[in-house]
Write a protein that binds this ligand. Structure first.
Ligand SMILES: *[C@@H]1O[C@H](CO)[C@@H](O)[C@H](O)[C@H]1NC(C)=O
Ligand SMILES: *[C@@H]1O[C@H](CO)[C@@H](O)[C@H](O)[C@H]1NC(C)=O
Ligand SMILES: *[C@@H]1O[C@H](CO)[C@@H](O)[C@H](O)[C@H]1NC(C)=O
Length: 982
């Protein structure tokens, strides 16, 4: 009976440990209901180990950045519901043919950035539902026949960055994929598109063949007929003649960048629609070539949707150059050329467009423009232009009236230049401008008339300039502006009417400036519209706890960033600093060396959802009790590296909506389980990098982290003990903690005193009754004991052998013949031979330990490092200490010092309690004889009964080990009948 209870208890513990809501190598994604997991950067080479504690019904799984080289057969057999599997960025070299065997539901499989050089023919045979497959950046040279043929739904196949060279094989492998839309073969070794008669599937519409070594196409006439987007760029040997006889009539886009194709010849000999060729990087560089191209195009088509002439080395575009081109309908791209600004050549006033002036978008990025001159004299404006982009030039100066000729522009990108002079009237007349990018320039001054005409502007980006003062009325007319980005400037002052006029402003970025104080209360204009305010990395500092609240009127503000104030941080977090921010949802206070923290600072933030205090504080900070008391809606709190010494209920308790708590890199040695339990919504707890002590102080926490099924404690199985002896937090020895020694001593002493007092009386009165009772008990106990022994004899095996696979040779060649053979006929249980396939490994181990009379542990250094073996020791020594059944036999294969096993408390106890066997080294005096002796001792030990002998108890009591205090001896005294009898 007792044995049964113990057995159930033990099982319960093991199962609970496995079912706990925390995973060894994976993190469940928030709110995924145990469906989505990430197991990234784990330094674990064995994929089965990484996944072994994941629940069965997962749908999304990412295993990235691990040193995995090999995936065995049926690796994912448990996960039949998987839809998305990412295995990219590992070091995969070999994948067994049935590795993905059961994944009938899989939609997306990513194997990119590995070292796969060969695919097993059956690898994808079960993935009937797959639509996306990436094998990008591997070392594939060949594709086995029919490798993709079992995936009729495949629509995207990524094979770029491999070593594929046989195009016939390539086409054959995809020819029956009737849903294939996109095939990427860039960066392979193809030299031609020559293939056998089998065509591509007709569904294929996007084909990328860039950066191969193509010199010919060499395909059937109709081979590319259905391809809509064809990228042949960077095949430097590919010439126009290759296209002779290839049907491209329905191709919508052809990229020929950096090929040897002469586009004039191409347009002559190919049936491709002239407007569908991208002329970027095709060497059309001087005026005569451009003219010839335009004339040719005009002969072929009436209009072009887009004309792309980038990266052609164009230096100048004289007047009317593009007048000869067909009419452009939407956009012209001249990026990546060498065009300079030359006054009166009209380049900047777009004279080269001539009559071709009815499209919407002009892009002249990455050129050498240095000035945008005045276009005041232009008589016929380009009324249609809506978007102009001059990013990445060398523009230093934008003159007055520079955009006079494009009055209807909506989006103007002047960012990433060196603009230092922006004329007062440079932006004159842009009444319809909505987005203006002036970021990453050298602007120092904004004038009150700079933005005068931009009454429709919604987004103004001035980030990373050198503005130091915002003068009054700078933005006066920007009444529709919603986003103003002034981050990364040198602003020291904002005049009191500096933001006057911004009546719709919603997002204001002032981070990375030199503001010393916050006077938002001055800027009444946007009190009721501002939602985002970024003040990070300024020079704001409070010197007392009694500052007035600068945000008091920002009633709609939802995001406030105050992190990283220079040079010393905020230092004080004043009383009621955030008063009035009743709608604030996110607050950032990172990197601020706060050393005085007003307890009521957050009192008004009842709607706050997210708060980060990472590195907020001085090392000696103590978060004041009650500081979070009003944060009723907080769902995520990060306080990493915040110097917290004490996780107390007064600070952290009662955050009733808190779901995510990140506490890494703090100073507390313990977390109070009652506080954790007072956070009813908590689902995710990160407590890595805390100096957690593995002492009784934390026995409840250990139990909670491992067994609670509500909160995911990130990587709890990797948490080390502060004591630094390589032991782990999750399984340090806690038995000793659950006996309250004081109480025990109190009760036993009082019982002894009472007995002593009563004894003479009882002895006289009840002598015979006691004697009778004693004999009755003894015979009942003997009966129970006999049953117990019988049960034991029913074991299926004599011994379960637990060993590390590195010691397999010794087990197979030495142990097995000596114990099972040679007439000794013991029956051993070996995991690779006797474990039930398909059953969970833990179940198998539990069953093996319990259906064997003994557990032989073959201890070597490898063994000590293997995790399952320590589970086996745990189980067997559990039987030793708690069931009083001596089942554990230690066989040391090599000398292992006591220091090496010091972290295996239980094993050390076994060593102290019992003799163990040492395998004679081959350099001892007479190895043959020593080994004979070894085997006979081992056989005898296996055959011996497993009930504890009394002498051993005596021995232990005589020399108690410090670890043993209160552990098993006390229980032995009570449960072991023999003691009373003597
Ligand atoms: C694809 O998935 C559906 C369920 O989503 C399933 O019914 C079907 O059998 C799968 N297809 C194949 C070919 O296995
Ligand atoms: C390409 O593969 C096909 C089919 O596997 C094969 O017959 C042919 O010889 C290969 N060509 C080259 C050049 O290896
Ligand atoms: C280009 O044309 C404009 C008028 O459209 C004229 O003023 C200018 O002188 C011309 N420039 C050259 C170099 O021909």
């Amino acid at each position: 009976m007792a044995a049964l209870v113990y057995r159930l208890l033990c099982f319960g513990l093991v199962l609970a440990a496995v079912a706990a809501y925390t995973f060894k190598n994976c993190i469940e994604e928030k709110n995924s209901n145990r469906r989505s997991f990430k197991c990234n950067q784990r330094r674990e080479p064995n994929i089965s180990v990484i996944m072994d504690d994941l629940p069965q019904h997962i749908v999304n799984l990412s295993i990235l950045g691990n040193p995995i080289r090999y995936i065995p057969d049926k690796a994912f057999a448990r996960f039949k519901d998987l839809h998305l599997l990412r295995l990219d960025n590992n070091r995969l070299m070999a994948i067994e043919g049935s590795a993905f065997g059961e994944l009938h539901q899989l939609r997306s499989l990513n194997l990119s950035f590995n070292n796969i050089s060969e695919l097993r023919p059956s690898l994808f045979a079960s993935l009937h539902n797959l639509t996306f497959l990436s094998l990008r950046a591997n070392r594939l040279k060949r594709l086995p026949g029919g490798i993709f043929s079992a995936m009729p739904n495949l629509s995207t196949l990524m094979l770029q960055q491999n070593l594929l060279a046989n195009f016939t094989e390539m086409v054959d492998s995809v020819s029956n994929l009737s849903d294939l839309l996109q095939l990427n073969l860039c960066l392979n070794k193809f030299t031609s598109l020559h293939h056998n008669r089998i065509p591509f599937p007709r569904s294929l519409s996007k084909l990328y063949l860039c950066r191969n070594n193509l010199s010919a196409l060499g395909c059937e006439r109709s081979f590319l007929s259905d391809v809509k987007i064809l990228d042949l760029s960077y095949n430097s040997r590919l010439a126009a003649e290759a296209f002779l006889g290839v049907d491209l009539a329905r191709t919508n886009y052809l990229n020929l960048h950096s090929t040897a194709v002469n586009v004039m010849t191409l347009l002559d000999i190919s049936n491709i629609h002239a407007g569908h060729v991208d002329f970027t990087g095709t060497g059309v560089k001087n005026n005569s070539m451009l003219l010839a191209l335009c004339n040719l195009l005009t002969r072929k088509v009436k209009s072009l949707n887009a004309l792309r002439l980038g990266s052609n080395g164009i230096r100048e575009l004289p007047n009317d150059t593009l007048s000869h081109c067909p009419r452009i309908m939407t956009s012209l791209d001249l990026s990546g050329n060498h065009m300079k600004s030359v006054k009166n050549k009209m380049l900047n006033c777009l004279g080269f467009l001539g009559e071709n002036r009815y499209f919407k978008k002009l892009v002249i990025e990455h050129n050498h423009l240095s000035n945008l001159y005045s276009c005041k004299q232009v008589r016929r404006p380009f009324w249609e232009f809506e978007e102009l982009s001059f990013r990445y030039n060398r523009i230093l100066m934008v003159s007055d009236y520079a955009f006079n000729h494009t009055p209807n522009v909506v989006t103007l990108n002047l960012n990433i230049n060196i603009i230092a002079f922006l004329g007062h009237k440079a932006l004159k007349g842009l009444h319809r401008l909505k987005t203006l990018r002036l970021d990453n320039n050298l602007l120092t001054d904004l004038y009150s008339d700079t933005f005068e005409d931009l009454s429709a502007l919604q987004t103004l980006n001035l980030r990373n300039n050198r503005i130091s003062v915002i003068f009054n009325w700078t933005f006066l007319r920007l009444r529709d502006l919603t986003t103003l980005d002034l981050g990364g400037n040198k602003i020291v002052r904002i005049h009191s009417a500096g933001f006057r006029g911004l009546g719709r402003l919603s997002k204001l970025y002032l981070d990375g400036n030199k503001l010393k104080q916050i006077d938002m209360s001055l800027h009444a204009v946007f009190w009721h519209t501002l939602t985002v305010l970024d003040l990070e990395e300024n020079f704001i500092r409070f010197s007392t706890l009694n500052a007035s609240s600068p945000f008091v009127n920002l009633s709609r503000l939802s995001d406030l960033k105050l992190g990283g104030q220079r040079p010393y941080g905020l230092t004080h977090l004043p009383h009621k600093l955030f008063r009035g921010l009743r709608n604030l949802r996110s607050l950032y206070l990172t990197n601020n060396q706060i050393s005085y923290f007003a307890a009521d600072a957050f009192d008004d933030l009842t709607y706050l959802r997210f708060l980060t205090l990472d590195k907020c504080c001085d090392v000696n900070i103590r978060l004041p009790p009650g500081v979070f008391k009003n944060l009723r809606n907080l769902t995520k709190l990060t306080v990493e590296n915040a110097g917290i010494q004490n996780f107390s209920g007064k600070v952290f308790g009662n955050l009733t909506r808190l779901q995510t708590l990140q506490l890494t890199h703090n100073g507390m040695q313990s977390l109070d389980v009652d506080v954790l339990n007072s956070l009813p919504s908590l689902r995710y707890l990160d407590m890595r990098h805390l100096p957690l002590s593995c002492t009784c102080l934390n026995s409840r926490l250990q139990n909670w982290t491992v067994h609670n099924d509500r909160v995911q404690v990130v990587y709890v199985y990797n948490l080390p003990c502060q004591e630094g002896d390589k032991s782990n937090f999750y399984n340090f020895e806690t038995n000793v903690c659950y006996i309250d020694l004081g109480k025990y001593l109190f009760f036993s002493t009082s019982a002894a005193v009472a007995l002593l007092a009563a004894f003479p009386l009882l002895y006289v009165k009840l002598y015979w009754k006691i004697k009778y009772g004693y004999y009755a008990f003894r015979s009942w106990f003997g009966e129970q004991w006999r049953k117990f022994r019988e049960e034991e004899e029913n074991c299926a095996y004599d011994a379960f052998v637990s060993y590390n696979s590195n010691d397999e040779d010794w087990v197979m060649l030495q142990l097995l013949p000596n114990l099972e053979g040679k007439g000794s006929s013991l029956k051993l249980c070996l995991h690779h031979r006797d474990f039930e396939p398909g059953r969970d490994i833990v179940d198998n181990i539990v069953a093996a330990v319990y259906s064997s009379r003994k557990t032989i542990c073959v201890v070597s250094r490898n063994f000590l490092q293997s995790e399952w073996c320590s589970l086996e020791i745990q189980l067997a020594s559990y039987r030793l200490f708690d069931e009083h059944r001596d089942v554990l036999l230690l066989v040391f294969l090599e000398p292992v010092s006591e220091r090496q096993i010091s972290s295996y408390h239980r094993m050390r106890k076994v060593m102290l309690k019992k003799t163990y066997l040492q395998w004679p080294a081959s350099d001892c005096v007479d190895p043959e004889q020593a080994r004979e002796l070894f085997w006979s001792q081992l056989r005898r030990a296996v055959k011996a009964g497993s009930k504890l002998e009394t002498e051993e108890n005596d021995e232990t009591r005589a020399a108690p080990d410090i670890d043993d205090l209160g552990d098993s001896d006390t229980q032995t005294l009570i449960a072991d009948g023999n003691f009373y009898m003597d």
